[in-house]
Design a protein around this ligand. Sequence first.
Ligand code: AVI
Length: 323
Amino acid sequence: MLMKTANQAIDHTFAKHVLKGLSSPEKFLSYRYFYDARGDRLFQSIMASPEYYLTDCELEIFENRGDELAQALMTEGPCELIELGSGDGLKTSLLLDALHEHHQDWVYRPVDISDNSLDLLQQRLIPGRPWLDFQAIHADYMELLREFQPGGIRRVFMFLGSNLGNFTSRQAITFLRLIRCAMAPGDAFLVGLDLKKDPDVIRAAYNDAAGHTRDFNLNLLARINRELGGEFELELFEHVPDYDEDSGTARSGVRSRVEQNVRVAALNRVFHFSRGENIHMEISQKYDEALIGDLSSASGFVVEKSFVDSRNYFTDQVWVCAD
Ligand code: AVI
């Protein structure tokens, strides 16, 4: 049974998730809960850190190859660009501008669960672009994808930033199949994926010297304290980044420095941690050609075009229906 905490109404989905994750023999908490207001700010700091190359690499592709990217997506007739997760609009604006230069004005439909992110995006994109048809969709993109019927106006789905890498391979295939089912022949999917590279470069990206990634992970425990009356002492936990070169999987979470019990008032539970016990939080998958081939074919796609940055760190690819 959930107990009320003094300060606020409880997010029951979060509470149930925490109960499940911390009661499991191998404790886990989902990366999806990183992104409260403080988590959003910490993620901005991660993206601005010198070690976190992903954002710059993808931006470089959009800056230098935006025109080719636009040409790869162009078509006769009306089209809608559906961005799953709204991002900060910078990369998208480059693509929309490139399309506009080719006299292709598409309906741009960012999909996000956060009204606030959609409003911010609109404020960034609309000024100076009177031609832009901006139609935000306030929704959970997984739920929205289940409702889409293929056909009608041509669609290009877009999922940038290597967000796909935060899914397990099973989740990734489920997600990709949902997109594939929402597509008709002639539609396309533009996806950004982080590539395998020197493992030290990847390890540094998830363990930045300023400690933003550490704070990002620990913030999930702080969020339990704030929202569920948790009693986590953050200094008794440490950030554990790990990268396995063979599989290309970066994993991160936190580890208990000592044996301890932590009470979470709203759950009316005390959780036991042995010394060195982990709470797994996130994977960030890195890809190579073989992995991309497996993933695309398992979900009914073929890779039509791919673009990489000058260091070969990141790729943006246009996928189309396999049949
Ligand atoms: C949002 N996502 C693609 C980021 C990543 O690289 O996996 C989240 C992140 N986690 C720690 N640093 C960045």
